[in-house]
Design a protein around this ligand. Sequence first.
Ligand SMILES: NC(=O)c1ccc[n+]([C@@H]2O[C@H](COP(=O)([O-])OP(=O)(O)OC[C@H]3O[C@@H](n4cnc5c(N)ncnc54)[C@H](O)[C@@H]3O)[C@@H](O)[C@H]2O)c1
Ligand SMILES: CC(C)[C@H](C(=O)O)[C@@H](O)C(=O)O
Ligand SMILES: [Mg+2]
Length: 356
Amino acid sequence: MEKNIVLIKGDGIGPEIVDEALKVLDKVCEKYGHTFRYTRILMGGESIDEYGVPLTDEALDTAKAADAVLLGSVGGPKWDDLPGHLRPEKGLLAIRKGLGLFANVRPAYLYPELKAACPLRDEIIGDGFDMVVMRELTGGLYFGARETVEQDGQMVAKDTLTYSEEEIRRIAVKGFDIARKRRNKVISVDKANVLDSSRLWRKVVHEVAASYPDVECVDMLVDNCAMQLVKDPKQFDVILTENMFGDILSDEASMVTGSIGMLSSASLNETKFGLYEPSHGSAPDIAGMDLANPIATILSAAMMLRYSFDLDQEADAIENAVKQVLADGYRTGDIMSDGCKQVGCKEMGDLIAERV
Ligand SMILES: NC(=O)c1ccc[n+]([C@@H]2O[C@H](COP(=O)([O-])OP(=O)(O)OC[C@H]3O[C@@H](n4cnc5c(N)ncnc54)[C@H](O)[C@@H]3O)[C@@H](O)[C@H]2O)c1
Ligand SMILES: CC(C)[C@H](C(=O)O)[C@@H](O)C(=O)O
Ligand SMILES: [Mg+2]
């Protein structure tokens, strides 16, 4: 199979983790006889430094023409004082919107080998947990009108949170579809006791649920969900939620599975196209030190093979290689525990590629 992949290495640990995913993809190509062609575009801080903006129109067009996009991470202290529309993160929002990627799938699975890295007690962990956060990605507070103005002698800032029925319906359908391939349970997370947008969310989710009688649908308020994730994570199968809640809850879900360095993600539209990226950021505190965990990015590459290219066997090979490396006792610093062997980012990539 021949595929064109756009690569965005990004800032901070971005280049380090993407290089390890490429190592693993090279091994897949060699073993299964595929050809992946890569085109690099710049986004985030690296694009600001080169072109003065976080994403150029040309870069977006290049991404649109590809079969899929693989991204590291963007952002860092160097660009933190820029105005909002020129920050690195604005590039990420622009590419998500520009490619229509409204569905962000973030699987949080506790590998049995990583029980010691989970901060929860043994009786809560039990035989582990396996959930997926289905996060709406192109609406809500992230994309509503915002402004900062002077009013009565002080500055006042405003961000608006808007959702249409159609925006809610299409992500709900994705959530219920994925639940059908898993354990048939959707927990829809909102703040319907306060927000109009959440009351509309709940109404539309219930309408969609009526077409999925085989899938259990439970409503949960977001503050309760944040608490339940650490109290009893086993109850979750699919967490269906809006953009901002999904951002926060997915970081929380990642930590109960050991580390944010393990949380992969796929951002999808209605076609086979997708943007694949770890859920974590550019980790400026460990950038350039060969300390980053590349597994979230490597697992995101596996999601790309599965969702965009229908290469299930190859995706399985990567996921099994990750399991094998963990079973063999290798750990990066973020998931290190007693009796294991600590390795750097590059060595972790080598060890996974060897096992593909
Ligand atoms: N998708 C993205 O590009 C993305 C996502 C989140 C944050 N960001 C940006 O990243 C920058 C830093 O944000 P932050 O510090 O809040 O979040 P972060 O996820 O970058 O880091 C939070 C903590 O987790 C650790 N960590 C993250 N990924 C890791 C990995 N792969 N291996 C080991 N440890 C890892 C970091 O060292 C840090 O201690 C900000 O500019 C933020 O906007 C970008
Ligand atoms: C960097 C930021 C804009 C982004 C988000 O909030 O969506 C990140 O935190 C994520 O989770 O992908
Ligand atoms: Mg986030």
